[in-house]
Design a protein around this ligand. Sequence first.
Ligand SMILES: N[C@@H](CCC(=O)N[C@@H](CS)C(=O)NCC(=O)O)C(=O)O
Length: 230
Amino acid sequence: MGDTPDLTLWGVGTSRTIRAHWAMYELDLPYKVKPIGPRTGETKTAEYTRLNPRQKVPLLQDGDFCIGESAAIVAYLSRTYSTEGRQLIPERQRDYAAWLEWCFFIVAELDSTSLYVMRRHRADALGPIYGIAPDVVAKAAEYFREQLRHVEAALADGRTFLMGDQFTSADILLTTCLDWAIAYGVGICDNAHPYRDRIRERPAYLRGQEANVPLAPIVPPPAKPRLAGD
Ligand SMILES: N[C@@H](CCC(=O)N[C@@H](CS)C(=O)NCC(=O)O)C(=O)O
């Protein structure tokens, strides 16, 4: 590996792609952006499918190495490129385990089981593809609120970040879910507001947001029935 990493990040415009852009700025890493968007056909090209057979964004290319899944990308970047004072993963064994627990919890319970289910079944999102289902959307929102109680309990001791004084990639994952929930009109617990406000002031968050903006509005091709993806 040379002194300057050869990093290319594919994908903009989603709650998942922002995580990787944000992590790049937290770690102060130079990188190239391929601003492809979801449901534009750009994840289905032969070139992209060779790099990422899952046909999803985000995807990180580090030289000849490719890795997908937003939570894995931010963990990989930190593990590979952290420096003294700039790291997104705790080092001590039990802190590491607790960090891992938060990451899995956020990805599995807040993202996949709640917000993404809402996205799949909202009329203004992927409902036309997967089925418009207001009851499912309402139940998923309720489940999100229920699960957020674990975050509420953790923040009740006044900690700055999920892992205490150290900002980690778990905070990146959580903040993107809180932003997503608010955008969907799902209320978040009271003590998550000051937590989120604090984090959204971070220069890296603001720069990551800017980098995540699509060059042009994402216009999906005409809807046709699909079995899987997105
Ligand atoms: N668990 C994955 C989810 C990635 C994902 O589903 N990405 C969607 C957009 S949010 C996508 O690329 N769908 C393919 C497409 O729409 O072309 C992650 O966190 O990276």
